[in-house]
Design a protein around this ligand. Structure first.
Ligand code: AMP
Ligand code: MG
Length: 291
């Protein structure tokens, strides 16, 4: 699907739930806040839906966390669940499309960064997306490889949680990564506040924000091992949460013109603010809420 302004601003409201009321939930998941907004006919229906969605997020976190020693991710190489294969396969595609700017083998570099030390030559030698091979349900990689799905798992989990809700007029946010369903009843779109005070009007897509100024440098350039400080805000609207999440990270690393080209290629809209100015795709301005 090409995410153009008309699609995101679709006027069709939730026809199926004319009497639905708004419910909101928040829980800690994946080391951050997970938030659900949904329209449902009753509190009982809303509670049950939110429980199912949070359970799905928790299940995916147990599978994909690099923090948990007992996660399925940390049991690799070996056989993997379909969801993990899906995320690892998608990660390979994002790596290829971004010329290695997005790379889930950055684990050793992120470990150096967290210890507050410059990238070691050893860590750099262990990074490279081509090290990970996927063959059916088998995942193979050489010793020393450390996978980190921190740049894609939240968006993927938001997509899955949105589906698990079973109510079309809903959104799921996990730490700045959003999956948006149909717009609220009677409304044209969800209004998504951006860290810079502006807001996006969007629905039936994924939205992601990477703001480095607020959270400190946590994205590394896989090719040099150095933390990315050039971009201060990246906003993505893409076909789903996983794509928006992965692209927000890739576009933080890429030169703005290369990033915009990649966004265009994937039918996504992007905004990139750097230390000396900003760049955006042609359709981005149409997504902004009027001031
Ligand atoms: P996000 O908040 O989606 O931008 O993801 C940032 C997280 O992804 C970091 O905390 C790291 O765990 C991981 N990461 C850092 N740099 C990269 C990169 N270049 N490619 C993929 N994942 C990365
Ligand atoms: Mg990301």
């Amino acid at each position: 699907m090409k995410v153009t302004a008309p699609a995101l601003l679709a006027l069709a409201a939730c026809a199926s739930t004319p009497s639905a009321r708004r419910f909101e939930y928040a829980e800690m998941h994946m080391g951050t806040f997970a938030r659900i907004v949904l329209y449902a006919p009753s509190p009982e229906a809303a509670d049950a839906a939110a429980r199912a969605a949070f359970a799905e997020i928790a299940r995916l976190d147990r599978m994909m966390s690099d923090y948990r020693t007992d996660s399925e991710l940390n049991s690799l190489p070996g056989r993997a669940s379909p969801e993990l294969i899906e995320v690892l396969s998608a990660s390979r595609r994002f790596s290829e499309w971004s010329d290695g700017a997005f790379d889930v083998t950055v684990g050793p570099l992120v470990a150096d960064l967290r210890r507050g030390r410059p990238p070691t030559r050893e860590a750099l030698s262990l990074v490279g997306w081509r090290r990970v091979e996927i063959d059916g349900d088998a995942v193979r990689f050489p010793p020393g490889t450390k996978l980190d799905l921190g740049a894609i798992a939240k968006g993927y989990a938001a997509d899955r949680a949105l589906r698990a809700l079973g109510h079309p007029c809903a959104l799921v946010e996990i730490g700045g990564d959003l999956a948006l369903g149909d717009p609220p009843p009677g409304g044209a779109a969800w209004r998504i506040a951006l860290p810079d005070g502006r807001a996006l009007l969007a629905s039936r897509c994924g939205v992601a924000c990477s703001g480095h100024a607020e959270r400190g440098a946590h994205i590394v350039d896989p090719r040099t091992g150095t933390p990315v400080t050039r971009t201060t805000l990246v906003v993505l609207a893409a076909r789903n949460g996983m794509t928006a999440d992965a692209l927000a990270t890739a576009l933080s690393v890429l030169a703005p013109q290369d990033g915009l080209r990649l966004a265009n290629r994937l039918g996504a809209q992007a905004f990139i603010r750097g230390r000396d100015g900003h760049a955006q795709t042609e359709g981005f301005a149409a997504l902004l809420a009027p001031r």
